[in-house]
Design a protein around this ligand. Structure first.
Ligand SMILES: [Zn+2]
Ligand SMILES: [Zn+2]
Length: 273
């Protein structure tokens, strides 16, 4: 059996197109035989409030004009509707909290006190020269290798400063935007950085996501996670379209199994060593 897809966006995320659909994502999950789907809508902020660290590191946090607040009430009602409509599918609620270490109060006000099934932590934007900027925008501002280093340092701060999330999403996010050309992205060039963040994540007992939108993790990389003390992985398509739900999961399962992780008795659970 395939694992649960723990990272899916729908019409409730600000960066999806008119093709996005929670209902059709459920249909797709059933069609390809997923036991469960988690809707993890974006939770991002463009301004801090009292208690957020952002003010200390960036005077301008408007890193993307499309960002909109999550309509939590509307979203949770839609999840409930889908649960009634698709009783044969386990449907999990959730959010993907962006930069939760910089917006601890803002994100906490949404997440704490609500029983979300899945809370992902991610970094899409980083403080740079007094502004919060999209991580991929750093390419061109500094050598490509340094962009990844800069990003991993921010991921480390997220892990150390925020306990809001359970699963670390796309650990090497800027890799998606690595400039085309002869110098290819090679995981082994960043082994030390991967291991730093993995060690910190494992020490807090949290879960590493295998993101199948990003270039797929190698067996070696998942083995680093295990070697650094990681005991659980989460599969996430990061789908923003129904047809991408569960995308490349068979391949991801092969990678994760080769690194020594396996499905538990509970098909909805993370995969563990
Ligand atoms: Zn993300
Ligand atoms: Zn996402």
């Amino acid at each position: 059996m395939l694992p649960a897809d723990n990272h899916v966006h729908t019409e409730w995320s600000y960066d999806t197109s008119h093709e996005a659909s929670m209902t059709r994502s459920c249909e797709q999950a059933l069609a390809i035989g997923l036991p469960a789907i988690a809707f993890t809508e974006h939770l991002e902020f463009t301004a801090g409030r009292e208690g957020d660290a952002i003010a200390g590191v960036a005077t301008d946090a408007r890193w993307w004009s499309r960002i909109k607040p999550l309509d939590v009430t509307g979203y949770l009602a839609a999840v409930q509707e889908c649960r009634e409509r698709f009783p044969e599918l386990r449907i999990l609620s959730g959010v993907e909290a962006g930069e939760a270490h910089l917006f601890a109060a803002s994100a906490g006000a949404i997440v704490r006190g609500r029983a979300f099934d899945r809370v992902l932590g991610s970094v899409h934007a980083v403080p740079y020269k007094g502004k919060l900027v999209a991580a991929d925008a750093l390419f061109g501002s500094m050598p490509d290798h340094d962009v990844m280093g800069y990003y991993f340092a921010e991921i480390l701060r997220l892990i150390e400063d925020s306990d809001l999330f359970e699963v670390l999403a796309h650990v090497d996010f800027p890799r998606r935007y690595w400039p085309k050309g002869p110098h290819l992205f090679r995981e082994e060039d960043f082994e030390e950085e991967y291991r730093w963040v993995m060690r910190a994540l494992a020490q807090t007992g949290r879960v590493l996501e295998i993101n199948t939108k990003t270039p797929l993790a190698s067996v070696a990389m998942v083995q680093w996670w295990r070697a650094e003390g990681g005991t659980a992985v989460s599969f996430g398509s990061d789908a923003h379209l129904p047809r991408r739900v569960g995308d490349r999961f068979k391949l991801a399962v092969d990678v994760v199994e080769a690194a020594g992780f396996k499905a538990g008795r509970d098909p909805y659970d993370f995969w563990r060593v």
